[in-house]
Every structure is written in structure tokens, then in C-alpha cells.
Write a protein that binds this ligand. Structure first.
Ligand SMILES: Nc1nc(=O)c2c([nH]1)NC[C@@H]1CN(c3ccc(C(=O)N[C@@H](CCC(=O)O)C(=O)O)cc3)CN21
Ligand SMILES: O=c1ccn([C@H]2C[C@H](O)[C@@H](COP(=O)(O)O)O2)c(=O)[nH]1
Length: 268
């Protein structure tokens, strides 16, 4: 995961001090891209221990179209707690837009678009398409979301027997959020490739505002002083035919030997 550590270093070296919504303050570098080749191993940060449980359950929760944190809480995942209302709702965030994107024609609501099913169908019928896109950014709904989507839009590209993916992330918390985001999208690419019969290739992570919060500086220094370990391998334990049938226990990360976790406060 040298690629991720290099990106952290770039933000440190080239970032400029910036105000931000949370009042914490950041150094921010606008426009950054990393490329992870999943054929070389699974891109889990090894210079601190990641809470894989949160990453896997959050992705299954997005794919289920869920936007209430009850499922996450029931599974010991707390990363969305600060943003939920008293009923556990986050508004029409990722899960809603991925599975139930409102379709409007002639200014009238005509139904919902299941962007994930549409993507799966299109990969089958028209693999070489350059239009395999899923968008979580819905301008009409942004005001009703607890947090407007950070991982905003992603594209899948099939080339030969290999499937690649690129994510555009508008805002990237380099220390806390980004290791989760890389793992989550790499896992999504592996799952998509598995159910459609392709090999998983590159995950390209394009970031808009890539920032380090002012209260993460010591943690970043600790992390950059560590040497990355060998990349783990993802094992999918059974043949799954529908993307929506994956369960938490279907995934094993072999050879994941990270350094100790590094605690950091999340900016709300
Ligand atoms: N400032 C900020 N950064 C984020 O990364 C972020 C948000 N806000 N808001 C929405 C989601 C929630 N995400 C989060 C929230 C918390 C952690 C976090 O505290 N991670 C710790 C422990 C995680 C755990 O126990 O599951 C870590 O060490 O990685 C990570 C991602 C990503 N997002
Ligand atoms: O998946 C995620 C979700 C959130 N973030 C970070 C990026 C920012 O630090 C905050 C969001 O604040 P905005 O003011 O809405 O940009 O959350 C992330 O890195 N990854």
C-alpha cells in the first residue's frame, strides 16, 4: 500500500491550510489519483489495523439499499452513528440512490431506477459499454441527506476478461475515511467481477478535495514512519451468483498482518 502512503505524503507536502465545514481545519490538496492493481493483492492499508467488519457490513448495507443505521448497529458498526437522526435515519444517502434513484420525466416522478441491477444487466448485454456508471449524487436530494455523498460516482470498464473500476470521491479524509473507501470499492469490484465472470483488474481512486485534518497530524506521522507489509489476498468462500446474496462470512482476508490500530477523532 505504498500508493496510499505516497498519496498521504503528497497531501502533507503540497496541501494548503484550509477552513472546512466541521471547523477542525485541514491541509488540502485538490485533485489526486491512486491506482491499485487487484491482481497484485488486495489493497488493505497494512500500516495500521483496519476494522474490516465495518467496511464489509457498510458495503452490504449500501447494496441492500438501506439508509437506516439499525443494521449497522446490530452488527457492531458505529461509523455512521454521529450523522443519524433519532430514528437512525440518514436520509436518501448511498443505498437509496444506488437502488432507488428517482426517475423524473416531464417534471413528473415516474418510478425508481435500480442503478446496481441496471449495471449488472448492462455488463451482461453490452460489456464494452463506456456508460457503466453509478451515481450517488442526486442534486434534488442533496439537501435531505445527513451528509452528501463523498464517494460520488463510479464507473466500471470491461476490457477483455478483466473488469476495472474508477471512483470519483469529491471529498477525502485521507487518514480515516480513505483506507475504508479503498477497501470498500476494491471489495465491490471483486464482488462484481465474481458474479459476472470477469477478473478484477485496477481500482482507480480519483479524489477531489484530499485533506488531512489538523488533529490527525501525529497519527499520519506515525503511519508514515511504518513500512508497509505484504498485501493480503481476498478469498470469496463460495460461488455466489447474485450480487445481492453476499453475506459477511463469504469473505476472508488471508495474510493480513497489519501494524497496530492508530486512534483518531472523526470530524463531524
Ligand atoms: N470526517 C469524516 N471522515 C470520514 O471518513 C467520514 C465522515 N466524516 N462521515 C461519514 C463517513 C463515516 N466514515 C467513517 C467514520 C469513522 C471512521 C473511524 O472512526 N474509523 C476508525 C475506527 C473504525 C471502527 O471502529 O469501525 C479507524 O481507526 O479507522 C471511519 C470512517 C467515513 N466517513
Ligand atoms: O466515505 C467517506 C465519507 C466521508 N468522508 C469524509 C470527507 C470529509 O472529511 C467528510 C465530509 O465532509 P464534507 O464537508 O461533506 O466534504 O467526510 C470520507 O473521506 N469518506
Amino acid at each position: 500500500m505504498q500508493e496510499y502512503l505516497n498519496a498521504l505524503q503528497t497531501v502533507l507536502d503540497e496541501g494548503v491550510p484550509s477552513d472546512d465545514r466541521t471547523g477542525t481545519g485541514t491541509i488540502s490538496h485538490f485533485g489526486l489519483q491512486c491506482r491499485y492493481d487487484l491482481r497484485q493483492g488486495f489493497p488493505l492499508v497494512t500500516t495500521k489495523k483496519l476494522h474490516l467488519r465495518s467496511i464489509i457490513h457498510e458495503l452490504l448495507w449500501f447494496l441492500a439499499g438501506d439508509t437506516n443505521i439499525t443494521y449497522l448497529k446490530d452488527n457492531g458498526v458505529r461509523i455512521w452513528d454521529e450523522w443519524a437522526d433519532e430514528n437512525g435515519d440518514l436520509g436518501p444517502v448511498y443505498g437509496h440512490q444506488w437502488r432507488h434513484f428517482p426517475q423524473v420525466k416531464n417534471n413528473t416522478f415516474v418510478g425508481e431506477i435500480d442503478q446496481i441491477q441496471t449495471l449488472l444487466d448492462a455488463i451482461k448485454t453490452n460489456p464494452s459499454s463506456r456508460r457503466h456508471i453509478v451515481s450517488a449524487w442526486n442534486p434534488g436530494d442533496v439537501d435531505d441527506m445527513a451528509l452528501p455523498p463523498c464517494h460520488t460516482l463510479w464507473q466500471v470498464r470491461v476490457q477483455g476478461d478483466t473488469m476495472h473500476m474508477q471512483l470519483y470521491q469529491r471529498s477525502a479524509d485521507m487518514f480515516l475515511g480513505v483506507p475504508f473507501n479503498i477497501a470498500s470499492y476494491a471489495l465491490l469490484l471483486e464482488m462484481l467481477a465474481h458474479v459476472t465472470g470477469y477478473k478484477a483488474g485496477n481500482f482507480i481512486h480519483t479524489m477531489g478535495d484530499a485533506h488531512i485534518y489538523s488533529n490527525h497530524m501525529d497519527q499520519v506521522a506515525t503511519q508514515l514512519a511504518r513500512k508497509p507489509h505484504e498485501a493480503p489476498r481476498l478469498i470469496i468462500n463460495r460461488q455466489v451468483s447474485s450480487l445481492f446474496d453476499f453475506k459477511y462470512d463469504d469473505f476472508t482476508f488471508e495474510n493480513y498482518n497489519p501494524d497496530a490500530a492508530i486512534k483518531a477523532p472523526v470530524a463531524v
